[in-house]
Design a protein around this ligand. Structure first.
Ligand code: UDP
Length: 470
């Protein structure tokens, strides 16, 4: 069985007054009639990076809306994740070539994970290239399959793209962050564009009293009497941490007491992280005012929240970017951002709203300097950025997009309980009932419903409406 990631319970009602009312109302309306629909989100890592960040919040809210949503992760060894990182880089345009052995490793792991996907779902969202090949090895079954691509695949490396394309053709739909990320000759008929979003109520983004935020940063050694610039991102060349250090050094020629914090997380599916971490440490070594933190040394969501809240400027000097959730995260806290003009970043901010877009180390340095020298201008950019995030980049908007797609995809599918009775399927786990004569059963609303086990029967009895959709 694939590993299921445990997520807590969440309530959409708690977003009232935080996210726009109209979006919350539309979301509830879109989810009507989907009660009991089983949705799986499948990705490669339970922590580190934007996808896991999103799923941790989205999956419990889908459950609150009445769907039965799970989050599962594939497993693979270090060699597999080396290959998928190469694929990730290749899909973003890097000059890499997959060897036959690497292709074989990717396929073997996909086959093993496909065999381990044993529960049944009505809709399966497969995130990014790591698990993408599961579909052809698993078969569609009765589900609708969606490939959710979070990276910029607009100009992929042709060899890597040819290899990946072959695994995608059976998907019912694909979702991209921006229209320009859809690769050439894309083999899936239906493509949707859905920018990601942040959860304003998560520990990373929730309100944090100024005093508490200060205590948190003070405790890890940040001197808040000095100006502070911060970049929060995985240690990845596309995020250009060395470029951030170079820009910082230029700004420091004028603002000598400037501090730089590089906050980076290590993800399970990102083996390059350690190499880049070492490069960053080396580049930072000579300067006592540069601090490098990681999630593995105790800098977690609350610390990131405090950094994004209290920095004078947040930097995201990406060269290539999917969306760049960190930009919306920082803007949500009213902090202005200086960021690379890459991927989904310009969608979140543009000159005059949120911060300043840059394309070189020099531009980055002069933008940081401009914000540090003019606090009123910086504050106004941050204020406008926050409003933009409220309107467009909070989680309920993304859920509305996704639930609307799910609705379209399952339109015309038979009601599962009815189908369950006919085909003798357990309505809770979806499994076929091998021996209907002896199966555990109950009478419900005039129907006899069969279950694979007492556990499923109990789950049904406790919440029958949950497993029924019209
Ligand atoms: N992140 C974190 N700690 C870190 C570095 C990053 O929690 O030390 C989070 C960050 O706050 C954001 C996500 O990881 O929520 C990164 O998402 P983004 O879309 O910016 O980039 P990705 O890593 O997906 O390319």
């Amino acid at each position: 069985m694939l590993q299921t990631v445990d997520v807590g319970q969440r309530s959409l009602a708690s977003y009232q007054g935080v996210a726009p009312d109209l979006i919350l109302d539309e979301l509830r309306t879109a989810a009507e009639g989907l009660r009991g629909l089983r949705v799986l989100h499948l990705n490669a890592t339970p922590y580190g990076g934007g996808v896991s960040e999103l799923l941790r919040s989205a999956v419990p809210l889908l459950n609150d809306l009445g769907l039965v949503a799970d989050w599962q992760i594939i497993s693979g060894d270090a060699e597999f994740f080396d290959v998928t990182k190469k694929i990730h880089n290749g899909l973003q345009g890097a000059a890499v070539e997959l060897t036959e052995a690497e292709k074989a490793r990717y396929e073997q792991t996909a086959k093993a994970n496909a065999a381990a996907l044993t529960s049944e779902y009505d809709v399966v969202f497969v995130h990014d290239p790591q698990p993408a090949a599961i579909l052809p090895f698993h078969g569609k079954g009765n589900a609708r399959w969606v490939w959710r691509c979070h990276i910029d695949t607009g100009q992929p490396n042709p060899g890597v793209w040819e290899f990946c394309k072959a695994y995608l053709s059976e998907y019912d739909a694909a979702v991209f962050t921006l229209a320009e990320f859809v690769p050439p000759d894309f083999p899936v008929g239906r493509t949707e564009i859905m920018p990601p979003a942040i959860d304003p109520l998560s520990p990373k983004n929730m309100e944090l009293a100024d005093r508490t935020a200060r205590q948190v940063l003070d405790w890890i050694g940040i001197n808040l009497n000095r100006p502070l610039m911060t970049q929060v991102s995985r240690f990845d060349h596309w995020k250009d941490p060395l470029g951030v250090i170079a820009a910082y050094k230029l700004v420091k020629e004028e603002i000598h007491h400037l501090q730089l914090a590089l906050v980076g997380s290590m993800a399970l599916d990102d083996p390059e992280g350690w190499d880049i971490y070492r490069e960053v440490k080396e580049a930072a070594n000579s300067d006592p005012l540069i601090d490098v933190f990681t999630n593995l040394t105790g800098v977690g969501n609350i610390e990131v929240n405090a950094f994004q809240r209290l920095s004078d400027v947040v930097v995201q000097k990406s060269i290539r970017e999917g969306f760049g959730l960190v930009v919306s995260e920082s803007l949500w806290k009213g902090t202005p951002v200086v960021a690379g003009r890459a991927g989904g970043i310009p969608l979140q901010m543009s000159d005059g709203v949120g911060g300043i877009l840059v394309e070189s180390v020099e531009e980055c340095a002069s933008a940081i300097l401009a914000l540090l020298k003019d606090a009123d201008y910086a504050k106004e950019l941050g204020r406008r950025g926050k409003e933009r995030v409220r309107e467009h980049f909070l989680l309920p908007r993304l859920l509305l997009n996704e639930v609307s797609l799910v609705r379209d995809l399952v339109e015309g599918m038979p009601r599962r309980i009815a189908a369950g009775i006919e085909e003798h399927r357990d309505p809770v786990c979806g499994m076929a009932i091998a021996d209907p004569e002896t199966a555990t059963r109950i009478d419900h609303d005039g129907d006899t419903i069969l279950f694979c086990s007492d556990t499923c029967r109990t789950r049904f009895v406790l919440a029958p409406d949950r497993y029924r959709y019209a």
